[in-house]
Design a protein around this ligand. Structure first.
Ligand code: MG
Length: 371
């Protein structure tokens, strides 16, 4: 079953108080349009992309999407813009989404598609957390909150049905696509949304973008003593050597520095805080299993590792030939390409405790991106 997306970008966004379309305003190196679109691309569930744009932004949006979709000129109202875009849809299911909702999650997109398949028409909505009233200067009516939903996008439909509904809707303006469907076709089902899926509308909403856009950067450092009768483990790989690193866990100094770099990027303290060396559970622990736990922690916060770089400081053994297997192992565990991991090694020219072969240190940097 083919799935199409209409991303509405034709609004002027006057309330945002910017001198250009709010969707295209750069915040921390990206913008609403890019973030919203990439959320859909990442699902791998969309087969066709159609964008609506105003005359002012038509060329810029066309340039940006030339490899993935087509742009249609928006109308005077949202209803008109969507109607124009629907003419180009060839999918069996069509999702319609506001370009100004960049925090849409993969879960909501998937649920929305599944509900459209099952029921024909669905809108994403969240239960009101506040009591809602109908009022002018004074309250006319209490609507409560138990059956009150706040409607968001995406809204998804069987394409043939929503086209039929829009054909009959001609001339009238509707709140959203769900209302058009409900008026002319039938029941619209609720897909449980996400409270973070807000629409960027006012100048203060751009503060939200500042907090959520852009990569996070972290730094980590570690050092362990070299002793006899211990294995030398670096990045989860056993390195042949007559000595190994001493520690409560397997003392994998590189993996420790990497974990600290990842944690620090999101202000999540450090590995001593999460895996204390007084805890018997971590005695002799395989540090790469702890790395997996760190990755789960940042996933809960909505982030993943984008790239890593690290340097190991060791007088002996020579690490040059082991770097590819260390990189490959970390790439498998973290789930990023080997090209996104840069590991280097250096001696300290005989200087200090590393130079005297008493210990090995590692320094790591991590860049995290939103999932
Ligand atoms: Mg350590």
């Amino acid at each position: 079953m083919k799935v199409s997306l209409i991303l509405t970008c034709a609004g002027k966004g006057e309330r945002a108080g910017k001198d250009k379309n709010k969707l295209l305003v750069k915040v921390n190196g990206t913008d609403c349009f890019t973030r919203t679109l990439s959320s859909f691309i990442k699902t791998g569930l969309i087969d066709e992309y159609i964008f609506t744009a105003s005359e002012t932004d038509f060329d810029e949006i066309s340039k940006r999407v030339k490899d993935i979709g087509v742009v249609v000129l928006g109308g005077k109202t949202r209803t008109e813009s969507v109607k124009n875009a629907l003419k180009l849809v060839t999918g069996d299911i069509v999702l319609i989404h506001d370009g100004a909702r960049p925090f849409i999650t993969q879960r909501v997109i998937k649920d929305c598609i599944n509900n459209a398949r099952a029921y024909g028409g669905t809108v994403v909505a969240v239960k009101s957390r506040d009591t809602v009233v109908r009022a002018n200067d004074k309250i006319d009516d209490y609507l409560g909150k138990s059956q009150i939903y706040i409607v968001q996008t995406p809204q998804a439909f069987k394409t043939k049905e929503i086209i039929k509904a829009y054909d009959q809707a001609s001339g009238n303006s509707f709140n959203d696509d769900g209302e058009v469907y409900k008026n002319f076709i039938g029941d619209v089902y609720i897909t449980e949304g996400d409270y973070n899926n807000v629409k960027i509308t006012y100048p203060e909403d751009f503060e939200l973008l500042k907090d959520n856009f852009g990569d996070k950067f972290g730094v980590g450092f570690d050092c362990h003593r070299l002793v006899e009768n211990r294995k030398l483990i670096l990045g989860g790989v056993e390195i042949p050597h007559d000595k190994g690193l001493l520690g409560h866990s397997d003392a994998d100094v590189l993996t420790h520095a990497i974990m600290d770099a990842i944690l620090s990027a999101l202000s999540l303290r450090d590995i001593g805080y999460h895996f204390p060396d007084t805890d018997e559970r971590y005695k002799g622990a395989d540090s790469t299993l702890l790395l997996v736990k760190v990755l789960e922690l940042i996933k809960e916060k909505g982030y993943k590792v984008k790239s890593l770089s690290a340097v190991i400081m060791a007088e002996k053994p020579k690490l040059l030939k082991h770097i590819p297997s260390i990189t490959k192992n970390l790439s498998n565990i973290i789930g990023i390409d080997v090209d996104s991991i840069g590991i280097g090694a250096t001696t300290l020219e005989g200087l200090g405790f590393v130079g005297r072969e008493e210990g090995i240190c590692a320094h790591a940097n991590a860049i995290l991106e939103k999932i």
